[in-house]
Every structure is written in structure tokens, then in C-alpha cells.
Ligand binder design. Structure first.
Ligand code: AHM
Ligand code: MG
Length: 341
């Protein structure tokens, strides 16, 4: 590809697909559709402070019992609609919907893939203008082609993911996606309305100096976790401690930083969240797939995140994710103590 001009995400994805003679282009087409959804959600996010009624709670509560924000609803509707019009998606599951949705037209029934998403992660950050993001996962369906998809298509372990990614609405808008070939990041160039390759072949540094956790929950943590936090704050010049602490409270933003700078992000089990807070299928699996494809590690405290067999759509797991050496270190402290989902 020419180095003298911007390379769009679509161009890049098509070039990558050509490395596999048997590839049909369906996955590339799905990634393009997700990019389109990202651009539309981005437009809604960017005018959130101005547009009437777009900020603030929608009034309804979602399946997790949390207040839904209006932008959550808009983002969810946008993704459901665009993927319905795509030829490549048999159905979706969303963090905002109780059950999966099967698209029933003939094209969709013959599609190979299903998509899971958290349409707007970190939505409590909307009102304070902090970064938020869309997270997505793509699986090849296990049900028969030609028939409606089934729940089993959405309850596959993360190690069966075909691709996963996120769109971060931060100081710029970026789409990062991972396949088994690696992780690449694309920044939205507003003048041409395209995501353009800006972060090729992303790698998580093996070590880091930043730990990221809601430290206000310390009192609710088990002794192993408390000891690890003491370790992070302890002075040890040779090992570069104390580590810096950063916590945005928006998983996409905290992990985007971790992917670029290294570090560890944690949402462990605690006394209020016996199985952790974050969702396996919408947050932990896609993020672990991305981080592992970039050379890092995602663990629940009792197994690799990607090896957990989901039993329900909205299941939660503890998570320790980021630079490999930092994740291995925290596991020495928490061992098998994390509550098994
Ligand atoms: P959401 O999907 O309802 O937005 O919640 C998930 C968010 C993550 O983005 C973030 O890491 C976490 O919740 C923050 O939780 P807490 O406020 O308990 O620290
Ligand atoms: Mg979320």
C-alpha cells in the first residue's frame, strides 16, 4: 500500500483479507458496517451537549438494573439497525437487551456471523464529557445456516472469537480491532469521514508502571487483593514502584491507555460484586481477545478470560488484564481466591 497517503480502514481490511485466498470478504464487510455504526454514534456523541434531550437518563433501567442514558439507547438502536441491513450478520446480542435478537430475513438467516456489543460502555461518563466507547465481538455461528440463530451462537467462549474491537470517543475518535493476525488502530479523519490507519500492529508492553482499579472499593476486597494494592504503592526504586494510579471509570478508555502505555486494569470480585462487575460477553472477552492479540494477558483469577465457557448472556467475571508480567504478578497475590463464576 502507498505510504504517501492515508490508508483507510476499509482498504487495510481488504488488503489483510487478501492474505487468505479462501476468505470471502464477509468479515471485512461486517467490520466496515461496524465502522459505519461507529461514525454515526460518534456524530451523536459529539453533539451530546448541544442536542436537546440527548444527555441525561432515558428513564428506563436495563437488564442489569442500571439507569439507561439516552445516548445508550441511540447507540444500541444504531447498531441493531445497521447490522440488520448488513448481509453478514445473523443476529445480535447487546448489553442493553435482555435476550439476543435474530434477524429473520433470508439474507441474515444465511449469514455466518453473529455480533455481540456493549453499545456505549462507560455511559456514566457522558454527563462529565469523559471518554466512552463501543465494544464489539464477532463469532462464527454454531447453529445451522438458513435457520434463525440460537442462543448457543452467543454463548461461545472467547477463544472462539473471529474478531473483536472497540470504538473510543475520546479527544479523537478511534476504532481498534483485532483478528488473529494482530491489532490495528484507526483514527477518524473528520475531513473525509473515514477511519485511517494510525496505530499499526499494536503491542502491549510486557511490563508497565500504571495500575488501574476503583481503589475506593479497597475495603470490600479480599486480603490477597489488598496485599497487591500495597505492593503497587510500596516504594522499590529498582522495580519502579510505587506505580502510578489511573482510573477513568470507562473500561474502553482505561484499556486503550493500557494497550498503548502498558499497565494493568482490574475489576476484581468484591463483597458487593461476588462475581466481579464487568460482563464476560460484552466487555471482558472482546477486551481480552484484543489484549492477547497484542501480546498481553486477560485473566479472571481462576482461568484465562477467553477460556471461560459462558452459561448466560449477561454473566459477570472478575478481570485482571494488560501487560503480561503485571497480570502474572497480581495472580501470585490473588491465586485461586477470586469467586468462581
Ligand atoms: P457500563 O457498561 O454500565 O457503562 O459499566 C461498565 C463500566 C466500565 O466501563 C468501567 O470500567 C466500570 O463500569 C466502572 O465501574 P465503577 O464505577 O464501579 O468503578
Ligand atoms: Mg459496559
Amino acid at each position: 500500500m502507498s505510504q504517501n497517503r492515508l490508508v483507510t480502514m476499509d482498504e487495510f481490511t481488504i488488503q489483510e483479507t487478501r492474505k487468505f485466498p479462501q476468505a470471502t470478504g464477509e468479515l471485512s464487510s461486517l467490520l466496515r458496517d461496524l465502522g459505519l455504526a461507529g461514525k454515526i454514534i460518534n456524530k451523536q456523541v459529539r453533539k451530546a451537549g448541544l442536542a436537546d434531550g440527548i444527555l441525561g437518563a432515558h428513564g428506563a433501567t436495563n437488564v442489569q438494573g442500571e439507569e439507561q442514558m439516552k445516548l445508550d439507547v441511540l447507540a444500541n438502536d444504531t447498531l441493531i439497525d445497521i447490522l440488520k441491513n448488513s448481509n453478514e450478520c445473523a443476529g445480535i446480542a447487546s448489553e442493553e437487551n435482555d435476550n439476543h435478537v435474530c434477524y429473520e430475513d433470508t439474507f441474515s438467516a444465511n449469514s455466518k456471523y453473529v455480533v455481540l456489543f456493549d453499545p456505549l460502555d462507560g455511559s456514566s461518563n457522558i454527563d462529565v464529557n469523559a471518554p466512552i466507547g463501543t465494544i464489539f465481538s464477532i463469532y462464527r455461528r454454531v447453529s445451522d445456516l438458513g435457520k434463525p440463530c440460537t442462543e448457543a451462537d452467543f454463548l461461545q467462549a472467547g477463544n472462539r472469537l473471529m474478531a473483536a474491537g472497540y470504538i473510543i470517543y475520546g479527544s479523537s475518535t478511534m476504532m481498534v480491532y483485532a483478528t488473529r493476525l494482530g491489532v490495528n488502530g484507526f483514527t477518524l479523519e473528520p475531513s473525509i469521514g473515514e477511519f485511517c490507519l494510525s496505530h499499526p500492529n499494536m503491542k502491549v508492553p510486557e511490563d508497565g508502571k500504571i495500575y488501574s482499579i476503583n481503589q475506593g472499593n479497597t475495603i470490600k476486597l479480599d486480603d490477597g487483593m489488598k496485599a497487591y494494592l500495597d505492593y503497587c504503592m510500596e516504594s522499590n526504586k529498582e522495580e519502579g514502584r510505587p506505580y502510578g494510579h489511573r482510573y477513568i471509570g470507562s473500561m474502553v478508555a482505561d484499556l486503550h491507555r493500557t494497550l498503548i502505555k502498558g499497565g494493568i486494569f482490574m475489576y476484581p470480585a468484591d463483597k458487593s460484586n461476588a462475581k466481579g462487575k464487568l460482563r464476560l460477553q460484552y466487555e471482558c472477552n472482546p477486551m481480552s481477545f484484543i489484549v492477547e492479540a497484542a501480546g498481553g494477558k486477560g485473566h479472571t483469577g481462576y482461568s484465562n478470560v477467553l477460556d471461560v465457557q459462558p452459561t448466560e448472556l449477561h454473566q459477570r467475571v472478575p478481570i485482571f488484564i494488560g501487560s503480561k508480567n503485571m497480570v502474572n504478578k497480581v495472580l501470585e497475590f490473588v491465586g485461586e481466591k477470586q469467586t468462581v463464576a
